[in-house]
Design a protein around this ligand. Sequence first.
Ligand SMILES: NC(=O)c1ccc[n+]([C@@H]2O[C@H](COP(=O)([O-])OP(=O)(O)OC[C@H]3O[C@@H](n4cnc5c(N)ncnc54)[C@H](OP(=O)(O)O)[C@@H]3O)[C@@H](O)[C@H]2O)c1
Length: 270
Amino acid sequence: MDLGLGGAAVLVSGGTKGMGRAAAECFAGEGARVAVLGRTPAALEATAQALRERGAADVVELPADLTDRGSVEDAFALVEQRWGELNVLVNAAGPVDVGIKRFEQLDDTEWQATFDIGTMSAVRCVRAALPLLRRADWARIVNVSAHSTKRQSPDIVAYTAAKAALTSLSKNLSLSLAPEGILVNTVSPGSFNSEGMKQYLRDLPPERNADPDDLNDVMRIMAEDFGHPAHLLRAGDPAEIGPVIAFVGSPLNSYMTGADVNVDGGSDFT
Ligand SMILES: NC(=O)c1ccc[n+]([C@@H]2O[C@H](COP(=O)([O-])OP(=O)(O)OC[C@H]3O[C@@H](n4cnc5c(N)ncnc54)[C@H](OP(=O)(O)O)[C@@H]3O)[C@@H](O)[C@H]2O)c1
């Protein structure tokens, strides 16, 4: 199946690690031009090398901090200079480690920081991307939200609220951008063994017996700490969600917009 991504101009925020990286690799494998955005130069460099090896038509490294509006604008200015247009924007940065607390433990600063990366990072990217998306023959926006927006967990109340705002924003944008043919969707992951997730497990006390590379252990810890396990009883590997993001962001997806796609190993969510 040809996703129609050959030569497409794609930007993946948070594309250097975890699910964003997996998605970037899929776009590269389809022969797209891929820009990856993250804060760490070494991770950008290593990702760029991997994307070239996978067949990307062009690769751009965008060192930027999504919590800094000027930094985001500078990154998109580089893309404009290089490509002049953008077909696909994937917002996959995160996770929001400041938001992993209960309501009574969070102060205003932590709420604001959580919304800054969980919601406003995507707002800034969409705003900066829109002129470039409008110049392209076809355009897609894929926002990576979270299954926790559907399964409430009191231990991640701020994170969940920020992601719920992102899902709502995406739905709203799907309506306002439909007349221009710009399709906007969210992909909502369950528990995935990303870099951020591995770090969460590494930081646990040894008595939790959590192996960050074991998908069953990841699922067990997520179920113990935040709620019910997935039907498949294991966490996902980022390589299992990258292709979903690539499809949703491709021209082969021509009739799905405003959708929230669960990739969660099975749940009762609609
Ligand atoms: N893992 C899960 O189980 C899970 C579940 C549901 C939803 N999600 C969501 O899925 C998305 C991807 O998560 P992940 O777990 O795959 O992430 P990850 O492995 O922790 O990678 C996060 C990526 O975002 C970048 N990033 C973080 N903060 C940034 C900032 N301020 N500015 C620019 N880049 C930034 C990181 O690069 P630098 O650190 O170098 O900047 C990295 O490329 C996130 O939105 C997360 O909330 C994850």
